[in-house]
Design a protein around this ligand. Structure first.
Ligand code: SF4
Length: 168
């Protein structure tokens, strides 16, 4: 036990990143204010995967955990485009998914926006142009904002959402 406490005193707490905590709490405050100002406190996002490797979705899943806790800031992922304000598009646009993505966009009531997530929708991902690929996404949808990264981290996604809130 003494050995354990000596080690703890010597190395401090290694599982917490104070700089990230500070950055995150600043971004959270700004996002909450932005959502309140632009969307009356509630922004609904419908995420559509147009051909991704699933890493972008995994990073988005992390936004729901108690650390990032996006729902507390008023941003919700919804199951139906009819309940959404924003279409969040991940993955490289494939021919098979193109009509479904367009249909999802058409179902969102106006005013509506499209955010592309990750390097895939802008054709900068590791995938190359093949017979199955119909990218970039902006050829098919009016993309308002792009969040770069392969995959972008949860913090980068939050920064991107904040930029979007400032842009519109
Ligand atoms: S941007 Fe990268 S991580 Fe995201 S879906 Fe494309 S290949 Fe996967």
């Amino acid at each position: 036990m003494i050995k354990f406490w000596n080690k703890r005193v010597k190395h401090g707490i290694l599982t917490e990143n104070e700089q990230l905590d500070r950055e995150l709490s600043k971004i959270k405050k700004e996002i909450k204010n932005g959502v309140k100002k632009r969307f009356a406190g509630s922004l609904a996002i419908r995420m559509v995967d147009s051909g991704s490797c699933n890493a972008c979705e995994a990073e988005c899943n992390a936004l729901a955990n108690p650390y990032y806790d996006l729902e507390r800031l008023g941003i919700y992922f919804v199951a139906s485009p009819r309940h959404a304000d924003v279409l969040l598009l991940s993955g490289i646009m494939t021919f098979n998914m193109t009509p479904h993505v367009k249909e999802a966009y058409a179902q969102i009531p106006a005013p509506k926006w499209v955010i592309s997530l990750g390097d895939c929708p802008v054709m900068q991902a590791p995938f190359d142009k093949t017979y199955a690929i119909n990218a970039p996404a902006e050829n098919h949808l009016p993309v308002t904002h792009h969040i770069a990264g392969c995959p972008p981290s949860p913090l980068e996604i939050m920064e991107g959402l904040l930029e979007f809130l400032k842009k519109i």
